[in-house]
Design a protein around this ligand. Structure first.
Ligand SMILES: C[S@@+](CC[C@H](N)C(=O)[O-])C[C@H]1O[C@@H](n2cnc3c(N)ncnc32)[C@H](O)[C@@H]1O
Length: 211
C-alpha cells in the first residue's frame, strides 16, 4: 500500500532527523518507557542460537547489537543512518565488543548469498516500503540451514481492539503492517515460529528457516 504524503513526511523526519542526528535520544526510549521497549526488542535474543555468523539490520542505537556481538562468533551490523552507525560503533568500542558496522540498505545487502547463520531485525522491517524485496534480500544472504528473526508490529491475529488500535497508530506514522509469514514463504523460508505479545498482542516474533 502506498504511503500518504503526511506518512511520507513522518518517515522522512525519522530518517533524516531522529535516526541520523538523534541517536542518543532514540536510545533514551528505554528510559522513557521504563524498560518496556527493551523488553520487546530483547526477545530477538531468544531466537538466535549462540555462535555462528550473525547480521543485524537496522540496529538503531545498538543495545541489542551489543548483546548479539557478545554471543556470535562473527557479528555484523548494517543500518541506513550514519548517526546510528556512529553511535553503535562507539557503544561497541566502549564495551570492547567486536562487530563490523556497515552503513547500507536492506535493499542492496553487500554480502554474497548464504553468508549468515542468522539475520536479525527489530522494528525496522515495518519501515521498509517494499517488504518482499527486503525479505528476499534477507533470505538470499542466509545460509542453509539458517534463520531470519524478526520482531515487529502486525495486526493481532484475533483482531482485538487494543492491538488493532496500536497497529493502526504505527501505520499512521508511516509504518507498514506487512504480512511477514507470507513474505517469508514467498522468499523460500519456512516459518518455524510465530508469537504475538506486547500491548494488545500487536508485536510479533516471526522466525523463518532456510532449509
Ligand atoms: C525504528 S528503528 C529500530 C531500531 C532498533 N532495531 C530498535 O529495535 O529499537 C529503525 C532502524 O532502521 C534503520 N533503517 C531504515 N531504513 C533502512 C534501510 N533501508 N536499510 C537498513 N536500515 C534501515 C533506521 O536507520 C533505524 O536505525
Amino acid at each position: 500500500m502506498a504511503r500518504t504524503s503526511s506518512q511520507e513526511r513522518w518517515l522522512k523526519f525519522f530518517n533524516d532527523v531522529v535516526y541520523n542526528a538523534l541517536a542518543p535520544v532514540y536510545d533514551g526510549m528505554d528510559w522513557l518507557t521504563l524498560g518496556a521497549w527493551w523488553r520487546l526488542v530483547r526477545r530477538a535474543v531468544d531466537y538466535v542460537p549462540p555462535g555462528g555468523r550473525v547480521l543485524e539490520i537496522g540496529f538503531g542505537p545498538g543495545k541489542l547489537h551489543a548483546q548479539l556481538a557478545r554471543r556470535a562468533d562473527v557479528c555484523v551490523g548494517l543500518d541506513l543512518a550514519w548517526g546510528m552507525c556512529q553511535f553503535t560503533q562507539r557503544r561497541l568500542c566502549r564495551a570492547e565488543l567486536p562487530s563490523r558496522i556497515i552503513r547500507g540498505s536492506v535493499f542492496a545487502l553487500p554480502f554474497p548469498a548464504g553468508t549468515f547463520d542468522a539475520v536479525v531485525s527489530t522494528f525496522a522491517f515495518s519501515g521498509f516500503p517494499n517488504g518482499q524485496a527486503a525479505m528476499s534480500e534477507m533470505a538470499r544472504i542466509t545460509k542453509r540451514p539458517g534463520r531470519v528473526v524478526l520482531i515487529d508490529i502486525g495486526q493481532p491475529a484475533d483482531g482485538n481492539r487494543v492491538g488493532t488500535f496500536w497497529a493502526h497508530l504505527w501505520e499512521k506514522m508511516g509504518d507498514f503492517l506487512h504480512d511477514q509469514p507470507a513474505l517469508m514463504q514467498a522468499s523460500g523460508l519456512d516459518m518455524i515460529n510465530f508469537e504475538e505479545f506486547g500491548p494488545g498482542k500487536h508485536i510479533r516474533a516471526v522466525v523463518g528457516c532456510k532449509l
